[in-house]
Design a protein around this ligand. Structure first.
Ligand SMILES: [Zn+2]
Length: 170
């Protein structure tokens, strides 16, 4: 299970609890739970090979939202990458026209200190000042699964050895 833009799918993607028939190829294995994937069609789940092969393109199902700049990377993230572990429509960030890799749901361990944390925030409608409070809500220990996340999640990305994050509340 390797994805160019999603580093640890076993830990941070929504998976089926046990082996299930993939809704596309019917192979029975641990699949991505696609029940929450938005799109024109509904499927229950999809296996890693079907997802990587782009089977969701014809089904018009988009696991992720990202600025559509017409690039191959944006297409890969939209259709061929497991969904970010979020229940709301958290948009995959674009950094100076480039596409970062989703690393994990962040904890305090992922940053040297609050200053570094705030320095990595991807500003959009909110500024760094608006999100200062999030530092205190970060888990102290590194997360091993999205299931250990709280109601507020900081999604950590990386691009060329730099960290970036966006956040969402469930
Ligand atoms: Zn499949």
């Amino acid at each position: 299970m390797e994805f160019e833009y999603f580093k640890y799918p076993e830990k941070f993607a929504f998976l089926t609890d046990g082996p299930m028939p993939c809704s596309v190829c019917l192979d029975i294995k641990i699949c991505f739970d696609a029940g929450g994937y938005p799109g024109m069609n509904d499927i229950e789940c999809i296996c890693a090979s079907c997802l990587k092969a782009g089977k969701l393109i014809d089904l018009d199902i988009e696991p992720n939202m990202i600025l559509d700049d017409g690039s191959e990377a944006a297409k890969t993230i939209t259709y061929k990458t497991p969904s970010l572990p979020t229940w709301q429509d958290t948009v995959w960030p674009t950094i100076d026209g480039k596409h970062p890799v989703f690393e994990c749901i962040a904890s305090k361990q992922d940053f040297t200190n609050k200053q570094e944390f705030l320095g990595c925030f991807v500003e959009d409608s909110q500024s760094k000042k608006d999100v200062e409070w999030l530092w205190d809500s970060l888990p102290d220990k590194k997360l091993n699964s999205y299931k250990e996340g709280g109601d507020v999640s900081v999604y950590l990305f990386s691009l060329e050895n730099q960290k970036y994050w966006v956040w969402g509340a469930n």
